[in-house]
Design a protein around this ligand. Structure first.
Ligand code: F6P
Length: 328
């Protein structure tokens, strides 16, 4: 594929890190170099763009990172980039270093920054969805979601062992910000008795009924998965209220937290990151801007960044039914 316009691009990671971001950086760097485009690595997200924390990236600069969690470029939330002056400085840095396109890897906050920057200064930008939350419209899965799920699943499996030994009810909180994807999928994968997610209206009455029925059917230990964005109550409040309702129940809470953000990316995330990093550079070379590279039904697609930010990735309600039926 020929490329006659693009000479140099920048790549950055921003917002919460996710496993597979390094594989995406590697893909961006190597795809660009393959096509004769130079690459500048921008450290610490948009802060690095404002402060010109730039490093030239060669093919060897991304050796041995495909299997690493986190991001070698580091990530940050930038206050400076939220201001017009900050973005003006960022633009001048791009101009001075000859950067004519940007690949931004992150979630919706990252994409919002990219959109404003590109509209203000005409720099071409392409987004790559990297977040464990899977809450981005325009891709079936975000980079890091699969790894986070497997991390959560492993942790929940271990908790199940002790829950079973002690006949306990465990409330396990998983991440996802205001989305329930991690909760829903990890809950099904670990056979949870109930999965509480913000996308579904829950009530204490229904929840107590689920526990009562489970008890009647002979279950002596239970796993309840709670998304951190659950609207009914916080995980600790849920546990406290359940204890009030069932004083004889032995109840514990476990909040999995940032363990879900780290670790070696799964095979699925490495492949996804490689395809999307590749797709982002190809998109820039074709002259696309203000779009996000995603995979839908295993096909590389570009979605306007505006839609990726504004539209929501819908959960599959059928999965809730599957979880409910299989908790018999
Ligand atoms: O967006 C990724 C995420 O891990 C969310 O699931 C979580 O709500 C948030 O980031 C935590 O952010 P921080 O790392 O700033 O505590």
């Amino acid at each position: 594929m020929g490329n006659h316009k693009l000479k140099k691009i920048g790549v950055l990671t921003s917002g919460g890190d996710s496993p597979g971001m390094n594989a995406a950086i590697r893909a961006v760097v190597r795809t660009a170099l393959y096509h004769g485009v130079e690459v500048i690595g921008i450290r610490e997200g948009y802060d690095g763009l404002v402060q010109a924390k730039f490093t030239a990236m060669g093919a060897r600069s991304v050796s041995n990172i495909i299997d690493l969690g986190g991001t070698i470029l580091k990530s940050a939330r930038s206050d400076a980039f939220r201001t017009e002056e900050g973005r003006q400085k960022a633009y001048e840095n791009c101009k001075n270093h000859g950067i004519d396109g940007l690949v931004v890897i992150g979630g919706d906050g990252t994409f919002t920054g990219a959109q404003i920057f590109s509209e203000e200064h005409g720099i071409k930008v392409i987004g790559v969805p990297g977040t464990i939350d899977n809450d981005i419209f325009g891709t079936d899965s975000t980079i890091g979601f699969d790894t986070a799920l497997n991390t959560a699943m492993d942790a929940i499996d271990k908790i199940r062992d002790t829950a079973t030994s002690h006949n306990r009810i465990f409330f396990i909180e998983v991440m996802g910000r205001d989305a329930g994807f991690i909760a829903l999928h990890s809950g099904i994968a670990t056979g949870a008795v109930d999965i509480l997610i913000p996308e579904q209206k829950d009530s204490f009455e229904e929840f107590y009924k689920t526990l009562e029925e489970s008890h009647k059917r002979g279950k002596v230990s239970n796993i309840v998965i709670v998304a951190e964005g659950e609207q009914l109550a916080t995980t600790y409040e849920l546990a406290d209220k359940t204890k009030e309702k069932f004083p004889n129940a032995d109840i514990r809470v476990s909040v999995l937290g940032h363990i879900q953000r780290g670790g070696r990316p799964s095979c699925a995330d490495r492949v996804l990151a490689s395809r999307l990093g590749y797709g982002a550079v190809i998109g820039l070379m074709k002259g696309l801007t203000n779009v996000m590279a995603g995979l839908r039904s295993n096909q590389l697609v570009y979605t306007p960044i505006e839609d990726a930010i504004k539209k929501h990735n819908e959960i599959n309600k059928e999965l809730l039914t599957v979880g409910e039926v299989l908790a018999l």
